[in-house]
Design a protein around this ligand. Structure first.
Ligand code: CUA
Length: 170
C-alpha cells in the first residue's frame, strides 16, 4: 500500500513539475482571453475530477488498515491510557486472548495519536488521545504476543520515542 502511495505521489509531483515548466515556457506569450472557453474548460475539468475522485475515495477509504472497532456489549477489561510528552501510561499491561479490552484514552498535555501495533508492526486499532476528553477504544485481541503503542500524531521533539508495550497471553 505504501509502495503504491509512493509511486502515485511521485507521478503526481512529476506531472505538476511538467505543468509548471510548460506554463513558465509559455509565460511570455500574450494570448487573447476567451472567458467562455475558459469557463467551459474549468467546468469539464471539475466534472472529470469529481468523476475520478468519488470512486477513488470509495475504493481507498474502504481499505483503511484499521480493525473495525468492537461495539458489542459484554464484559470488558478497562484500561486507563494516558499520553503525555513523551510517554504512555497504562493502568494494565497484560491481557488474555479473547477478552475485550476497553482503552480509555486521554492526554495530560497536547494531542497524541494512540496507535496499537501487533508483533509484525501492523496497526490493529487506533484513536486520538486528547486533553480533557476520553476516547473509548474497544478491541478483542485474538493473537497472543507483544503489542506496541506508538504515537500517531506529531507532538514535539521526542514524538518518535513515545511508545509503550503490553502483552496478550494465551
Ligand atoms: Cu505524542 Cu506524538
Amino acid at each position: 500500500m505504501q509502495d503504491i502511495a509512493w509511486k502515485v505521489s511521485i507521478f503526481q509531483i512529476l506531472f505538476m513539475v511538467i505543468v509548471f515548466i510548460v506554463i513558465y515556457a509559455k509565460s511570455h506569450i500574450v494570448a487573447p482571453v476567451d472567458g467562455l472557453a475558459q469557463e467551459k474548460t474549468r467546468r469539464s475539468l471539475f466534472i472529470v475530477l469529481i468523476a475520478m475522485g468519488i470512486p477513488l475515495a470509495f475504493h481507498t477509504l474502504a481499505d483503511l488498515p484499521y480493525a473495525v472497532p468492537d461495539r458489542t456489549g459484554g464484559p470488558v477489561q478497562v484500561v486507563e491510557a494516558v499520553g503525555r510528552q513523551w510517554e504512555w501510561t497504562l493502568s494494565r499491561n497484560t491481557f488474555r486472548v479473547g477478552e475485550t479490552v476497553e482503552f480509555r484514552v486521554t492526554s495530560a498535555d497536547v494531542n497524541h495519536g494512540f496507535g496499537i501495533y501487533d508483533g509484525s508492526m501492523r496497526v490493529v486499532a487506533q484513536t486520538q488521545a486528547m486533553p480533557d476528553y476520553v476516547n473509548t477504544l474497544r478491541h478483542k485481541f485474538q493473537t497472543p504476543g507483544k503489542y506496541t503503542i506508538l504515537c500517531l500524531e506529531y507532538c514535539g521533539l521526542a514524538h518518535h520515542a513515545m511508545s509503550a508495550e503490553f502483552e496478550v497471553r494465551p
